[in-house]
Design a protein around this ligand. Structure first.
Ligand code: MTE
Length: 328
């Protein structure tokens, strides 16, 4: 168990967070941006090509503040340090510190995402093309893990509905399945049989179309770190975090509800819906409260968990009339 002691640290608002100088690739990219902005001769074709390519991990990735209802919580964001060192990404190990320690082997460029199944326009999209599909937005979402901890994270990306509309689902499409990368050469955790690989998650089509469902390419104003699911991941803020698959390579539109990795692992513990619900306990622990990462310590109190993680006004109608204890 890891404890996070950052009490007294004043968090800047995410748009003011200065990107870390981290990788040589990022510095090159920044130089190209500067050249292009200065309109120098070198800034013509070479820089334009560099700009056309998806920026590397750690590069700045700004987004305009989202106008989607409920997309920006005023709660204090979790520190970047905590959000990038306390992770679940079993492909890189099951301890919270494993993904940050091991994910450097993940190759995030080039990257493609295959769109298949019940769509009129099946296609394989290159990451560069995908990132340009819609303007980048910054959204500050609560993240509630099924394990009982939570964070507040400023993501950068756009509504998944942009992609869904572009590929035109057929009338048969009722579910959307997300398959994430499973490559033994890059992911040491695949040697373990803790889950069936690849990690597979899915949503009902109307859930996927909800404007709060997001494809994220960045966080804290920068391209996603590998341990957080580079180069793209899902973020569904009203569901437990495991519904938000990391490092997605394939999106399938289906007529039937598919089984997900966590359902296959323990169907009595992890249901298909997995909406955050303080009234439906996990068979082995209560879901009524949560521990906010960064607030640990002697005097930290557990917070009450909110229905649909606080997004009930936005998403409650998706489940009207459903027995949420049965469809957990
Ligand atoms: N995606 C993949 N591919 N593999 C995983 O193990 N863990 C999930 C989810 N997505 C996971 C995954 C869980 S349990 C949570 S809580 C979130 O990622 C954690 O996201 P974070 O580490 O960025 O906070």
């Amino acid at each position: 168990m890891h404890f996070h002691r950052d009490r007294g640290f004043v968090h800047p608002v995410p748009s003011e967070i200065t990107p870390r100088a981290a990788y040589a690739g990022r510095r090159d990219w920044l130089r190209q941006v500067a050249l292009a902005a200065a309109g120098t001769t070198l800034g013509s074709w070479a820089a334009r090509d560099a700009l056309a390519a998806a920026p590397p991990v750690g590069a700045p990735l700004p987004g305009a503040r989202s106008t989607v209802a409920g997309a920006v919580t005023m709660e204090k964001p979790t520190s970047r340090q905590d959000a990038t060192t306390y992770n679940n990404f079993y492909e890189f190990g099951t301890d919270k510190a494993d993904p940050a320690a091991n994910a450097h082997t993940l190759k995030t460029r080039p990257w493609t995402v295959a769109i298949e199944g019940e769509v009129k326009k099946p296609q394989t999209l290159d990451l560069d093309a995908l990132m340009k599909l819609a303007p980048m937005e910054e959204r500050i979402y609560r993240l509630r893990c099924v394990e009982g901890w939570s964070m507040v994270i400023p993501w950068v990306g756009w509504s998944l509905s942009n992609l869904i509309k572009a590929v035109e689902p057929t009338g048969n499409a009722k579910f959307v399945q997300f398959l994430t990368l499973a490559d033994r050469a890059q992911m040491p955790g695949l040697r373990s049989s803790v889950l069936e690989w690849p990690y597979v998650e899915a949503l009902r089509l109307d859930e996927a179309m909800h404007p709060l469902s997001m494809l994220a390419f960045g966080m804290y104003g920068e391209v996603l770190p590998r341990q957080n699911g580079a180069p793209l991941r899902l973020v569904v803020p009203w569901k437990y975090g495991f519904k938000s698959g990391k490092s997605i390579v394939r999106i399938r539109f289906l007529a039937q509800q598919p089984r997900t990795s966590w359902e296959l692992a323990a169907s009595s513990e992890y249901g298909f819906y997995s909406n955050v619900n303080p009234q439906v306990d996990h068979p082995r622990w209560s879901q009524a409260t949560e521990r906010r990462i960064g607030e640990d310590g002697l005097f930290a109190r557990k917070r009450p968990t909110l229905m649909f993680n606080g997004y009930e006004p936005q998403v409650g109608q998706l489940y009207a009339g459903m027995d949420l204890k049965k469809f957990f």
